[in-house]
Design a binder for this molecule. Sequence first.
Ligand code: AMP
Length: 190
Amino acid sequence: MNIILFGPPAAGKGTQAKRLFAERGMAHLATGDMLRAAREAGTPLGNEVAGIMDRGELVSDDIVIRLIEERLPQAEASGGAIFDGFPRTQPQATALDQALERRGTSIDAVIRLVVDETALIERIAKRFDEEGREDDNPVTFTRRLERYNADTAPLLPFYQQQGKLREIDGMRTPDEVASAISSILDGVHA
Ligand code: AMP
């Protein structure tokens, strides 16, 4: 089973994906985590994307598509993937569908965490204070939110037309959100 956790930055996608990894063993494919790891390791790719990430802009489609494609065999071996922070643009969504199709599989559900932006800005200010992630600073976070609204939110009709879109209230507690996700996944299995 392959699912996309969809929503703006700081909606709680990473938290939920980690739970699904722990509870169901599905591979957690988060392009943001992969890019941060590349930066920390000081690879050429990491150096190339550092400035873009710090400004809250999107790195190129080619880069993130390649990162995801490299992980698909591992995801398949785990019985499926949770895509977190990918796809973020229409070319990424199309490439993902094509790459999965080549492997004889597809996206089963796109789970959108619906959150309100004012609450998000508060949530992220707190995370910035606690974790000090540079791209959580208020200026960059605003840019990331803008990118989400301009480039990523337009994917919602694409998945809705495919009958794959499910929406849940992302403002509830992490436990409640997890249980809503679980119900959806159990329905996919049935
Ligand atoms: P995230 O942790 O998912 O919020 O990602 C952190 C940053 O990595 C984003 O603000 C982008 O600069 C970059 N990034 C992560 N995933 C993608 C993606 N699918 N497409 C383009 N840029 C991405």
